[in-house]
Every structure is written in structure tokens, then in C-alpha cells.
Design a protein around this ligand. Structure first.
Ligand code: CMC
Length: 438
């Protein structure tokens, strides 16, 4: 099979796919940036053949105007705005508005959005009880899955995926209650009483106080902590069709409600190859420290793939250059640790690992660079989070992206239920063997 792609510069031309004797025209799907697409859906009807693409290495499941990544250049933009500009000048809720509604809000629109979220941050007492009856040792990502599913039980009026007002309400309720849920999950594991959100305190400040305030003590949280958290949330807010976002879209394509779809995204994010990597990075750095801080021999193990060893926090399906989010996190790690008065040996080990990797042929040839998860855990740890909370924090940040992508899919007239094909490689037809003959 050959697929000559339409010549660039003349506008995207259709591709032609030759299967045996037959040449099939594949209509072009033009991109505003990045690779154009070739629409392949008619292939089965025309040739009786399906395409095979494990891991979706070359398959665009949708068109989207939310997030653009140029993996070769290390570029990330939300709705056209470079991540560096948003991280430096915006706030997490403003970015959430941008992702969900498509444009930066006016002052009035942002005030209204923030006020509505502020009003809904509390969790009903029965909801708190549901979280409280889970075993204290539950993994926070399992708890978060429970919490998101529980939203559907408490707010059934916001569940209809085809009713724009219901979807708007579910959007606000999820954004509003996520910080409260995560702070409860953190405090419950630590054995502290759950605190209430305060109206007008600010979204991230509220979260930081509800999470870290000690019983009986006035909350004295450095502004640097809330600012750094806000930036980390922005950096995680969307990343186009990654594993959890594709999961959210796939579940939503069956017209499952927003809560069910986001809960599925949380489950996907928990995997160590995806959001769970930030927790795995810290465990890896601690193992290096505890086994005598011999970074070079650890790197040899990784390169030899001994016991399946991987350099967690390195490599990415799309980035074949430095992940622009990792660059921002790395720069802020020093600043945040200094502001919090923390010195962490794991940061020194991480730097040493990175220096060795970036000069080593194994990593150079495979274009493996630090990804967003490599330095975030060090900052979260300095703030006082245990490593099991790192992935819930990733989910907190990713929430607006999941919502924006789900909403885009639900309103896209070309959306159909997600249903991949397969190439069957099992037995041909055979007859059942009666029990007595086996
Ligand atoms: N350490 C060592 N070798 C690696 C690594 C790594 N972290 N990542 C990829 N490789 C090697 C891999 O073994 C393969 O080598 P070879 O050609 O000899 O078989 C080659 O590089 C290509 O890797 P791949 O597994 O085919 O790449 P992929 O696109 O399927 O996987 C990845 C991408 C992110 C799952 C992978 O790089 C990985 O497992 N990284 C570590 C986990 C991690 O940090 N995940 C967070 C990703 S960013 C945030 C997010 O998406 O949640």
C-alpha cells in the first residue's frame, strides 16, 4: 500500500491509497497547524479492509480547536495562546474559562464565572460522609474516582449530556467541588478534620487553606505556595488527545453524562505511564538516594532495560524535544523551594539524572527528554503533599481540559459513538466439544 499525501503549499490535496489494483481517493482534513489528516472511514466499504494502528500512533480520532502541540519544536498552546504566556500572566480559572468557552473572558465574564464557582465549592455533609466511610488507606486516586462518581448521585439535575444548561451546571459544579474533594482526600488520609471552603477567599487559596491548615492553628500559608500551585494547574490544564482525554471522549461518545466520563478519565490518569508517572518519579529518585546515590549505575540499568527499568518522567509520545511544561516547572522548582525554605536532595539527584540523560546516546537517539512529571513531584513534596497525592493534583489541573474536550465532542455534528474495529486472529469456526469428550 502507498499513500502519497497531497502536496503541501497548494493547500491540502486528497491522498490516494492504492490497495491491490484499486486506487482510492482519501479526502483531506486540513489543519490550521500541524499535520493535515486523510479521512479513512470509507476504506472498509470500498476495500473490505480495516486500518491497524495499535496505540493510535497515526490516528486522529477527531478534529479539535482546543490545544495545539508541536512535539518536534516543544510547543504547547491552548486556544492559540502559548503555554509560557498563560503560565506567566493568567490564572487557572481564567485558563479554565478559555479552554471551555474558546476565548479569554472579559472582566465581567470572568467575575461571573469565578463567583459562580465560589458559590458552589462546599460539599454537602452526606457527600463528606461518603468519602469518610472509605478505608483511610485508600489510594487518593481511588478516592477521587469515588468522589467524581458520587457527584452524579447528588446532582442528577445536571446529568443530561444533551441539555446545555445541565452541562453548564455540571461544568461549574465539577470545577467548584474538585479542590474541596481533593483537600478532603488529603486531610482524611492525614487524620485531620475536614474544613469548609470560605466564600471570597479565592479558588487556589481556599484549596491551600482547606488542605494545609493545622487543627487549632491560624493558617499561615505563603503566597508563593498558592502562586506555584496555580501555575502547576495551568500547565496541566489540557494536552489534546492523551490517554485520559481520549477516555473521557470515548465514554462521552456513548452519551454518558459528564461525571461518568470524567470519572473514567481519572481512572485512566492513574496509570504510571500517564498521570501516575509523577508519583513514580519521586519513588525512583528516593530509590536512587537510598541505594547510595549511584546515578550512573541506575542509568545503565535503564538503558539495559533491566527488570523493565524506565526513567520515569522522561519520554513522551508527542514531544521529541524538551516538554515546554517541564522547562517551566524546572525553572520554578528552585524558586518555590527557596520561598518555602526547603532544601531537597531529590532535586539534586533529578538534575544529575537529567544532565546524564541529555548527554547520553540512548536518550539522544530516542529523543527522550524530561516531561511535565519529572520536576512537579519535587515541588508538590516541598509543599507538603505525600507522593500519593501527586496524581490527584494532576487530575485537578486536567479537569478543565477534560470538560472542554467532552463539550467539544458533544456539540460536534460529526461525533459518532467511539467503536474501534479489530483484526480477529483467533480460531476459525469450530464445533463445541461435549463435556464427556474432553
Ligand atoms: N526510559 C527509558 N527508555 C524509554 C523511556 C523511558 N522513560 N521512554 C521510552 N523509552 C524507550 C523505549 O524503551 C523504546 O526503546 P526501543 O526503541 O529500544 O524499544 C523507545 O524509547 C520508544 O519508546 P516507546 O515506549 O515506544 O514510546 P511511547 O510513545 O509508546 O511511550 C511513554 C511514551 C510516555 C509512555 C514512555 O516514554 C514512558 O513510559 N515514559 C515513562 C513514563 C512517563 O514519564 N510518563 C509520563 C508521560 S507525560 C505526562 C502524561 O502523559 O501523563
Amino acid at each position: 500500500m502507498t499513500v502519497p499525501i497531497g502536496e503541501r503549499g497548494l493547500g491540502p490535496l486528497p491522498g490516494h491509497l492504492t490497495v491491490g489494483e484499486e486506487s482510492i481517493e482519501l479526502p483531506s482534513v486540513p489543519a490550521t497547524a500541524g499535520s493535515d489528516g486523510l479521512a479513512i472511514s470509507s476504506l472498509l466499504a470500498k476495500t473490505g479492509k480495516v486500518t491497524v494502528d495499535p496505540g493510535f500512533m497515526n490516528t486522529a480520532a477527531c478534529t479539535s480547536d482546543i490545544t495545539f502541540i508541536d512535539g518536534a519544536q516543544g510547543v504547547l498552546r491552548y486556544r492559540g495562546y502559548p503555554i509560557e504566556q498563560l503560565a506567566a500572566s493568567s490564572s487557572f480559572l481564567e485558563v479554565a474559562y478559555l479552554l471551555i468557552h474558546g476565548d479569554l473572558p472579559t472582566h465581567h465574564q470572568l467575575d461571573e464565572f469565578v463567583e459562580r464557582i465560589d458559590r458552589h465549592m462546599y460539599l454537602p455533609e452526606d457527600f463528606r460522609e461518603i468519602l469518610s466511610i472509605q478505608p483511610r488507606a485508600s489510594h487518593p486516586m481511588a478516592m477521587l474516582g469515588v468522589a467524581i462518581h458520587t457527584m452524579a448521585c447528588f446532582y442528577p439535575e445536571s446529568m443530561d449530556p444533551l441539555n446545555p444548561a445541565a452541562v453548564d451546571l455540571a461544568t461549574v459544579l465539577l470545577l467548584a467541588k474538585m479542590p474541596t474533594m481533593i483537600s478532603y482526600i488529603h486531610r482524611r488520609a492525614a487524620g485531620y478534620a475536614l474544613l469548609y471552603p470560605r466564600r471570597g477567599e479565592g479558588y487556589v487559596h481556599n484549596f491551600a487553606r482547606m488542605t494545609f491548615a493545622r487543627p487549632g492553628e491560624a493558617a499561615d500559608l505563603p503566597d508563593a505556595l498558592a502562586e506555584a500551585l496555580d501555575t502547576l494547574l495551568i500547565l496541566h490544564a489540557d494536552h489534546e488527545q492523551n490517554c485520559s482525554t481520549s477516555t473521557v471522549r470515548l465514554v462521552g461518545s456513548a452519551q454518558a453524562n459528564l461525571y461518568a466520563s470524567i470519572a473514567a478519565g481519572v481512572a485512566a490518569l492513574s496509570g504510571p505511564l500517564h498521570g501516575g508517572a509523577n508519583e513514580a518519579v519521586l519513588e525512583m529518585l528516593a530509590r536512587i538516594r537510598d541505594s547510595g546515590r549511584d546515578v550512573p549505575s541506575f542509568m545503565t540499568k535503564v538503558k539495559d532495560k533491566q527488570d523493565g527499568a524506565k526513567l520515569m518522567g522522561f519520554g513522551h509520545r508527542v514531544y521529541k524535544n524538551y516538554d515546554p511544561r517541564a522547562a517551566i516547572v524546572k525553572r520554578s522548582a528552585d524558586k518555590v523551594l527557596a520561598a518555602l525554605g526547603v532544601r531537597d536532595e531529590l532535586l539534586d539527584i533529578a538534575r544529575e539524572v537529567e544532565t546524564i540523560a541529555l548527554a547520553d546516546d540512548y536518550f539522544i537517539e530516542r529523543k527522550l527528554y524530561p516531561n511535565v512529571d519529572f520536576y512537579t513531584g519535587i515541588i508538590y513534596r516541598a509543599m507538603g503533599f505525600p507522593s500519593s497525592m501527586f496524581t490527584p493534583l494532576f487530575a485537578f489541573g486536567r479537569l478543565p481540559g477534560w470538560i472542554a474536550q467532552w463539550r467539544e465532542m458533544m456539540t460536534d455534528p460529526t461525533t459518532r459513538i467511539g467503536r474501534p474495529r479489530q483484526v480477529y486472529v483467533g480460531h476459525a469456526k469450530r464445533d463445541f466439544i461435549p463435556w464427556e469428550d474432553r
